[in-house]
Design a protein around this ligand. Sequence first.
Ligand code: ATP
Length: 143
Amino acid sequence: MAIPTTLRLEFVTPERSIVHDEVDELQLPGEEGFLGVLPGHTPLLVALKVGEMWYRKGTETFHGFVGFGFAEILPSSVTILARIAEKADDIDLERAEAAKRRAEDLLAEAAKGSVDMDFERARLALLRAITRLQVSQHARMRR
Ligand code: ATP
């Protein structure tokens, strides 16, 4: 059987479709580390962490935010089922900056022992905010 030359990318959350396109390669934030995928990849199911994904179509590269989920990789397609996701262009920077400040303030208060809070929840909120800011910055650097 001929090796496929492109990948059909379906990138969805429970609420909406993020990307539906034919792409040349992509990278995913796997729980075990970043995973690069080219057409013809061995079938694989990967758990995704909070992180940045990107895909290339011709000479253009597009970035996106992934907040946990799974990806099914097949030789000619990749399906990403993310719990939360946004394309770089859809990231609201002011909102991410505000979320980052809120999480930092909470963690600072927790470090002083002055509040009773869910430390892990604040840590994850900070991670999401910082990752969104990075995704947006990387996308702007590519232009
Ligand atoms: P916030 O405190 O600003 O709500 P959060 O990290 O708690 O941030 P999430 O729980 O990750 O938000 O996401 C909730 C919904 O809001 C999702 O649909 C997600 O796509 C969207 N969302 C969150 N932050 C942003 C952002 N900065 N830009 C665009 N969409 C966002």
